[in-house]
Write a protein that binds this ligand. Structure first.
Ligand code: FE2
Length: 194
């Protein structure tokens, strides 16, 4: 009997997480570890045959995350993400590291650095420091408090892999930034919800 894409995908995702743990057990979550994991996630994203469109329903609106492999407890979460044309997210910081790699479509990620000294609640100044296009086989890695903004480019959905230090339903509070007003606000933490 032929092995289905779902079976091969499950094996490949489990293999990726084993490699991720081998890297982080050796050196922790460092810039070089995140880079090494990014290369592995990009390699997995290039295996488009493992992620046939029929296996992943499109979003009703904006975006949708499909669980690929979510570890127990405070383990990592690996998802297939779909963002429709026009979807964008203002600058934000997840409070936890994440890595993305594109399967199809294009999503622009702009990166920012906070330049104020965080002494006044609700106030924050950020400046853009970089930009990368997430497209097939190309990814990016962010440390816990890096700030990014996202925007789907073109008229095709942006489909990719996303690996987070924690599962999405156990996420810390996400901090949002509004550079035009020098403002910031935080969402609710899900650290104790699960
Ligand atoms: Fe984000």
């Amino acid at each position: 009997m032929p092995v289905t894409a779902a079976t091969r995908r499950a094996r490949a995702c489990a293999n990726l997480l084993r490699q991720v743990h081998a890297i982080t057990e050796d050196e922790g979550i460092t810039p070089s570890a995140l880079h090494a994991i990014k290369l592995k996630l990009e390699a997995l994203a290039r295996r488009a045959d493992l992620f046939p469109a029929d296996d992943f329903a499109m979003p009703i609106a904006q975006g949708r995350n499909h669980k690929l492999l979510v570890e127990e407890g405070d383990g990592h979460g690996l998802y297939l993400t779909i963002a429709l044309p026009g979807k964008e997210a203002a600058p934000h910081d997840h409070g936890i590291w994440c890595i993305h790699a594109g399967i199809s479509g294009q999503e622009r990620h702009r990166f920012y650095r906070r330049i104020d000294n965080a002494t006044e609640p609700g106030k924050a100044d950020i400046i853009q420091v970089g930009e990368v296009m997430i497209e097939p086989g190309k990814g990016m890695a962010m440390a816990d408090h890096d700030i990014h903004a996202t925007e789907v480019v073109g008229d095709a959905p942006a489909i990719g892999l996303a690996l987070y230090g924690y599962a999405l339903d156990r996420f810390p509070a996400v901090a949002w930034y509004h550079p035009a007003f020098g403002a910031t606000r935080s969402g609710a933490s899900r650290r104790h919800a699960a």
